[in-house]
Design a protein around this ligand. Structure first.
Ligand code: PMP
Length: 418
C-alpha cells in the first residue's frame, strides 16, 4: 500500500487535523507529564496511551493466569485473551479471512490458513521465520533474495539460516534485493531480472527505518511471480499507516508491538499459510507474555479508534515541515529518499522518519546538543546492515503525539547550529 499522499501545504493539513490530534496527545501520560521534552524516537519504541496501560492493569488485577493451561476461570480468560488478540492482529492487518473465521480460533494451531504467533518484537519474529520455516522450503542450489541495507534484523537471520543449511550439506545462495541508486527504493525491474526458477523466497522491508521511505513492496510480487513466498518486515509501518497483508500479497508480515504503542517485549508474526510449508514455530513455547499481548490488543484498538490513516497524514505532514526546513539549511544533508525533497513533493514517499547529518558536527554530538534543548532523537548507525557504527546520523521519528510546535522549535535549534 502506498504511503500517505501529501497536501501541498503540510501546515494547512496540520491545522485541519489539530482538533483531532490534541485529545489523542493528551492520552499519553508520559508526554503530558513532560511538556518541556519532545520525544522524537518513536521508530525505536512508541509511547503508550493510558488506555493501553489501563488494559494491562485490568488484566493483571482481574484475571492474571497462564494461557493454554488450566481450566479455572482466570486461566480460561487468559487463553481467550490470547486467542482474541491473535484475531485482533489478523483484522488489523487486513487479513480478509479473519472476519470469516472469527470464532474459529487463532494463534498457534489456528484452524484457518493464516495464523498469528506472538513474539518479543520484529527481530525475534524474523528469526523465527528464518529458523523454523525457511529451511523446510529450501533444497540444494536454491536462492533467496534479501535486503542488504535495511535493518540488521532483516539480514542476520537469513544468513544464519544459510549457514545452518550449509552445515547440513544444503547450499543455498543469498542474493541482494536490488535497490535503485539515489532513492534507496527497491528496484523491481532488477529484481525481475535477478529472479529465476531457483528463487524460492524474498525478504523485504515495508518502510525503511533510516530513510523513512515506503519501499514500494507491492511491486515485488509482480517482479517474482505468484509462487514465491515474501516475508515483510513491517516494524516501521504497523501502527503508523494502514497496512493490508491482502493488498501487499505477502506471506509473512512481522512487526513490533512496542513500536505500535503496546508494551516493550511485544510483537507478532502473521503468516498467511498458503505458499510453502505450514508455519509452525518450533518447540515448546512456554508461557506467553500475556500482559504484553493484552497491551497489544488494546494498542490496536486505540490506533483503530484514533484512525491510522489520519495518524499517517499527521506524521507525514510533520516530517514534511522538517524536511522542507532542513532543505533550506545547507549545513544539513537529509539521508535517503532524495526525490521527496523536491518542491511540492516533500512527503510523497516519506512517512514518519527523517534522518540527517550536519556537515561539521558529529551526529553523537548533535544528539547531545539536541537533548540539551529537550529533543530526544536517535544518533548512531540505527542498526543498519552494512554500516560502520561510526557512520552515524541523527534520526527524528514521529508519532501521533508529536506536534508542529516541536518541529518548529527543532528547526530553530538546528538553524542556530548552522
Ligand atoms: N526492523 C526494522 C525496520 C526496525 O526498525 C526495527 C527496530 N528498530 C527492527 C526490525 C527490530 O525490531 P525489534 O527491536 O522490536 O526487534
Amino acid at each position: 500500500m502506498a504511503g500517505p499522499s501529501p497536501q501541498a501545504d503540510p501546515r494547512a493539513e496540520l491545522r485541519e487535523l489539530a482538533p483531532w490530534q490534541r485529545p489523542l496527545r493528551a492520552d499519553f501520560p508520559i508526554v503530558a507529564a513532560n511538556p518541556e521534552l519532545a520525544y522524537l524516537d518513536s521508530a525505536a519504541t512508541g509511547q503508550k496511551p493510558r488506555q493501553v496501560l489501563d488494559a494491562v492493569y485490568t488484566y493483571l488485577t482481574t484475571s492474571n493466569a497462564n494461557a493454554g493451561r488450566g481450566s479455572y476461570p482466570w486461566a480460561n480468560a487468559t487463553t481467550a485473551l490470547v486467542a482474541g488478540a491473535a484475531e485482533r492482529v489478523r483484522e488489523f492487518l487486513g487479513d480478509r479471512s479473519a472476519k470469516a473465521e472469527a470464532g474459529a480460533g487463532a494463534g498457534r494451531g489456528a484452524a484457518g490458513p493464516s495464523s498469528v504467533h506472538f513474539t518479543g518484537g520484529t527481530t525475534e519474529g524474523l528469526r523465527t521465520v528464518a529458523r523454523d520455516w525457511l529451511p523446510q522450503l529450501l533444497r540444494d542450489g536454491d536462492e533467496i533474495v534479501v535486503p542488504f541495507g535495511d535493518h540488521r534484523a532483516n539480514l542476520d537471520p537469513w544468513l544464519e539460516a544459510r549457514d545452518l543449511l550449509a552445515a547440513r550439506g544444503v547450499r543455498i545462495a543469498v542474493r541482494e534485493l536490488p535497490c535503485q541508486a539515489g532513492t534507496g527504493d527497491y528496484d523491481a525491474r532488477a529484481l525481475a531480472a535477478l529472479a529465476g526458477p531457483r528463487t524460492r523466497f524474498v525478504a523485504a522491508t515495508h518502510v525503511h527505518h533510516v530513510y523513512g521511505a515506503d519501499m514500494n513492496v507491492h511491486r515485488i510480487r509482480e517482479a517474482v511471480g505468484p509462487d514465491v513466498p515474501i516475508c515483510l518486515d513491517a516494524a516501521q509501518s504497523v501502527g503508523h499507516q494502514p497496512v493490508s497483508a491482502a493488498d501487499l500479497d505477502v506471506d509473512f508480515l512481522v512487526f513490533s508491538g512496542h513500536k505500535a504503542l503496546a508494551l516493550p517485549g511485544t510483537g507478532a508474526v502473521w503468516a498467511r499459510g498458503e505458499r510453502g510449508p505450514a508455519f509452525r514455530p518450533g518447540g515448546w513455547a512456554g508461557t506467553p507474555n500475556t500482559a504484553g499481548i493484552a497491551s497489544l490488543a488494546a494498542a490496536l484498538d486505540w490506533l483503530e479508534a484514533a484512525g491510522v490513516e489520519r495518524i499517517a497524514r499527521w506524521t507525514a505532514a510533520l516530517a514534511s515541515v522538517l524536511t522542507d526546513g532542513l532543505s533550506r539549511m545547507p549545513a544539513y544533508e537529509v539521508l535517503g529518499c532524495r526525490s521527496s525533497l523536491a518542491a511540492g513533493t516533500a512527503v510523497q514517499r516519506r512517512g514518519s522518519i527523517v534522518t540527517f547529518r550536519h556537515q561539521g558536527i558529529g551526529s553523537q554530538d548533535l544528539g547531545f546538543i539536541l537533548f540539551s534543548h529537550g529533543f530526544m532523537v536517535r544518533s548512531d548507525d540505527h542498526c543498519q546492515a552494512g554500516r560502520d557504527p561510526r557512520d552515524g546520523s541523527v534520526r527524528v521519528s514521529l508519532h501521533v503525539y508529536n506536534t508542529l510546535e516541536e518541529m518548529e522549535k527543532l528547526l530553530t535549534a538546528l538553524a542556530k547550529l548552522q
